[in-house]
Design a protein around this ligand. Structure first.
Ligand SMILES: [Zn+2]
Length: 680
């Protein structure tokens, strides 16, 4: 889940588009023995055994920071989208204002580089003028509200989200934000690498001010102002580990109370400029942050606030501006932060931008073209089989009381399952798109998205809504909706192969299904009940037993060393994902075993037993070549462990794995019984 939810598409619209390039398509198939390293030892390092051949043969393309065994699938989907958009652009017979017209025109506006060059920074002129007109900090809330109305992120986040404790209603939420680096730690850590990244960020901010036309000395001073303000905000911010816990971010109060927390900030002026609907209650998710912002309003000069807002305006809009801005933006966010060598081609950035802005209009055409109905039917069957396996599994857990088991099963059975694409497509009729105005299109799209979110406040929850677009190669569990969701994009090889044997499919997509289900029962997901409310349904004894088991997983992951960057995984940050993998694989395994019952044993294929193919199926979706900068960023900011640990971590706890590959106690992939972790 992302937070606040209304930021979902906004993040995609203006996100630094990190290097990606066109590639010749190679056909994908589920599990391919040619990708293995058959001279490697499965019992020492199964990740390399399963992927070593692939890893050696596939260098990271210049415009990527990560290149893995699922990258070709992603590229294939993007290729399909490109074709759809080019066709839509040419089809002048589609009615004006129709979705087909909109996606074609949006894409065309993005591709029109000469026009974008010609406009320069004119699309930002109005907002720059509003910022420059501020006289005192009392003027700040109205200008900030105006920027937030256009989805320009700065100072804090404001949006709408389901009430964590009453998920049937949507409330307003105000949360920390306003940073240009990916995390607070980038400002606060004082090791050499962190200091050099922070210095490079300062140079980047300075360069962007120069591109806006400021003189070099002034730009250097302005960059220091931005760094100072953002470092103060970083100091006030919760870290990523704390933010995994929504119970620590639930501070529901009246609007009047919120005003009392920040007496120097005029919320009425802000909300009016934002055009927010009326509301009585708000979740001020990070009160310490807002108290700090309030005192900064008394100490930071209005000139410095202007500098800070100008920076965030140009930063958020960088990809809609002329090449000089795009390149400078890539130079820091692509090269310095992720080690990417080259900017991705324009068409690819424009496909992703269209997916971000009009994702369901584009996705509707995509699924007609690329998603066979058989895939949906087969997925439904797999999900049912895994649900049955988890239900059986819960009943065998000796550490959990019968009462908690019953509640867990009720929760499992309440999960809504979404497969492929939404039943109800998003309505874009109020979003105006023009062929000749890329930046304006993005601004209106940002506004559309902000207000689509805000309009939900006080209204019943729309259960049909999706948080990912159909072509996305990913899946999610949303605790507030009590649902697991699998977009069409991921239901293809190597995750899911209609022509492959069951063993491989249970290991790959079965593992993914099990992973998402297990999120409902990971260290955070378990705190939500069957209706999607934060509410404690655990007996004290069961909760204690659970925590012991979760701590086992946390410690295993904290021990994983990543030599190339001299860092360890942060077990606390990746705990939920790691429990998801461990639980998910076990459930997928049980479902696979059940599927074999009463049937003749499947023959070996490519020389591997069905059991071996199950584990190879899982391992081969996690092969990744990754630049050291991108590894470092992942370790610092991503709740997902590196691919190698998503394979070797869970499998080393599974006796079923050791048996399948005849691994012995003493082998690296076999943990002694008293060191094994098992949650579900
Ligand atoms: Zn996950």
């Amino acid at each position: 889940m992302r937070f606040p939810s209304s930021r979902l598409a906004v993040a995609v619209i203006f996100a630094a588009l990190l290097g990606i390039a066109a590639l010749a398509q190679t056909g994908s198939r589920g599990f391919d023995p040619a990708n293995m390293c058959t001279t490697c030892n499965a019992c020492e390092d199964f990740y390399t055994y399963a992927n070593g051949g692939w890893l050696a043969k596939n260098e990271i393309p210049a415009a990527f920071s990560v290149w893995g065994t699922t990258s070709n699938l992603r590229e294939k989907n993007i290729g399909v989208l490109r074709q759809i958009l080019e066709d839509a652009d040419k089809n002048t017979t589609a009615p004006a204002g129709s979705n087909e017209r909109k996606i074609g025109e949006f894409y065309a506006s993005c591709m029109d580089e000469p026009r974008i060059e010609g406009l320069g920074v004119k699309p930002l002129a109005q907002e720059m003028a509003a910022i420059n007109k501020m006289k005192t900090t009392r003027d700040l809330p109205a200008v900030l509200g105006r920027l937030h109305d256009l989805s320009v992120r700065s100072l804090f986040n404001f949006g709408a989200v389901q009430d964590f404790k009453n998920s049937s209603v949507v409330t307003a939420i105000a949360g920390q934000g306003g940073l240009g680096l990916p995390d607070r730690d980038y400002y606060l850590k004082d090791d050499e690498k962190s200091k050099s990244v922070k210095a490079a960020y300062g140079r980047h901010v300075e360069n962007m001010f120069k591109l806006l036309g400021d003189d070099p000395a002034q730009a250097a001073t302005e960059a220091q102002v931005v760094l100072r303000i953002e470092t103060d905000l970083a100091n006030l911010s919760l870290d990523r580990v704390a933010r995994r816990d929504l119970s620590k971010q639930y501070n529901k109060m009246t609007l009047a109370d919120m005003k009392a927390v920040t007496p120097s900030f005029d919320w009425d002026a802000y909300l009016k400029a934002l055009k927010a609907p009326k509301f009585a209650d708000v979740n001020m998710a990070h009160p310490v942050f807002f108290k700090g912002v309030d005192s900064m309003l008394g100490t930071v000069s209005i000139e410095d606030w202007k500098t800070y807002l100008r920076w965030h305006l140009v930063h958020d809009a960088a990809d809609a501006l002329p090449t000089a801005f795009v390149n400078e933006n890539f130079d820091f966010y692509g090269k310095t932060l992720n080690g990417t060598k080259e900017l991705q081609p324009r068409w690819r950035r424009c496909v992703l931008a269209t997916d971000g802005v009009l994702g369901e209009a584009l996705g509707e055409v995509y699924v007609k073209k690329a998603f066979p109905p058989e895939a949906k039917a087969r997925m439904k069957e797999l999900v049912n089989n895994l649900t049955a396996a988890l239900r059986d599994d819960i009943q065998t857990l000796k550490w959990m009381s019968e009462l908690t088991q019953k509640q867990a099963i009720a929760k499992l059975e309440s999960f809504a399952v979404k497969i492929g694409y939404p039943d109800k497509w998003r309505d874009y009729s109020s979003l105006k798109i023009e062929r000749t105005a890329y930046a304006d299109n993005l601004i209106r799209a940002g506004q559309f998205e902000v207000h689509r979110g805000l309009a939900k406040i006080g209204r019943p929850v729309d259960k049909t809504e999706w948080g990912m677009t159909p072509p996305t190669v990913n899946a999610y569990y949303n605790p507030l909706m009590a649902e697991i969701v699998f977009p069409a994009g991921i239901l293809q090889p190597p995750y899911f192969d209609l022509s492959a044997d069951d063993a491989v499919n249970y290991g790959a997509i079965g593992g993914v299904i099990g992973h998402e289900m297990s999120h409902g029962f990971d260290d955070q997901g378990r705190k939500f009940d069957l209706k999607g409310n934060l509410s404690d349904w655990w007996t004290a004894e069961d909760a204690k037993n659970y925590t012991e088991r979760a701590t086992c997983v946390e410690q295993q992951f904290s021990d994983f060393r990543v030599e190339e960057v001299g860092m360890n995984q942060n077990g606390k940050l990746v705990l939920g994902e790691s429990i998801g993998d461990l639980g998910g694989l076990k459930i997928a395994w049980l479902a696979f075993q059940k599927s074999l019952q009463g049937k003749p044993r499947p023959a070996n294929i490519d020389g591997f037993t069905p059991e071996q193919r199950f584990f190879l199926g899982w391992a081969q979706v996690w092969g990744r070549n990754q630049r050291t900068e991108a590894i470092r960023q992942q370790l610092l900011t991503d709740p997902h462990p590196l691919g190698r640990f998503r394979v070797n971590g869970p499998l080393s706890n599974m006796p079923q794995f050791a048996e399948a590959f005849s691994c012995k106690l003493g082998d690296k992939m076999v943990r002694p019984e008293d060191k094994r972790c098992q949650v579900w």
